[in-house]
Design a protein around this ligand. Structure first.
Ligand code: VGL
Ligand code: ZN
Length: 210
């Protein structure tokens, strides 16, 4: 597949933050390997945006907020099942910051998510209650973007949920698989590709972008 970047494309980089990189609180294996490819991809796109996982202390997604639980357990919450995580991306900590190895100075928008204490938000579009919007869809429509190219961390959580919501919102949505890395807990990676395929998300590799 040969895809040529257009002016109505957005390159969306998901959660490339220290806590998801090796040494971080919720390190994704090989997360650092995608930074150079993402820098290279970013130079091909006029329009770049990023999401940033951004939690208050005591966030509902943290195992430490629920006595008797451990990270990576699944808990039923009012809005649905929630994987419990180690504390991560707490908004006034180093782990929440973007890696300084990212070289995307032309980034136009950073959309933060997960800042409400009682609901998580993997998706850049809406929180896990599937009601509370981040504003990203309105931004994309106002800017008249047609295609989204998504890369970052983690394939099976924030990339997946963001891509599915993007496709459902009517954007032609591409996930650049080799510019993502996964957490893969309890079969989450296989399930993520099933969900993304069902939503019509297109699975490509960086080399497809000519
Ligand atoms: C993410 C788990 C918890 C992600 C964020 O960026 O994929 N995963 N918070
Ligand atoms: Zn999070």
């Amino acid at each position: 597949m040969a895809l040529t970047p257009r002016t109505d494309d957005l390159f969306l980089v998901v959660d490339l933050q220290y806590d998801f990189l090796p040494g971080g609180k919720l390190a994704v294996a090989g997360g650092d390997e995608i930074i150079i490819p993402i820098n290279r991809l970013g130079r091909r796109f006029e329009n770049v945006a990023m999401t940033q996982d951004w939690h208050p202390r005591g966030h509902i997604s943290f195992a430490s907020s629920h006595a008797g639980t451990a990270p990576f357990e699944i808990m039923e919450l009012p809005y649905g099942p929630q994987v419990l995580w180690p504390d991560h991306c707490v908004w006034d900590t180093h782990g929440a910051e973007f890696s300084t190895d990212i070289e995307l100075p032309h980034t136009q928008l950073v959309i933060r998510k997960g800042y409400h204490e009682v609901v998580d938000s993997y998706s850049g579009f809406q929180e896990a209650d599937r009601k509370t919007k981040t504003g990203l869809e309105g931004y994309l429509r106002e800017r008249k973007f047609k295609r989204l190219f998504i890369a970052g961390l983690a394939t099976d959580f924030c990339v997946n949920w963001t891509a599915v919501d993007s496709a459902h919102a009517g954007f032609e949505t591409y996930v650049i698989e080799d510019a993502c890395r996964a957490i893969d807990t309890s079969g989450s990676l296989a399930q993520a590709w099933t969900d993304m395929n069902a939503a019509g998300v297109k699975r490509i590799v960086a080399g497809d972008i000519a």
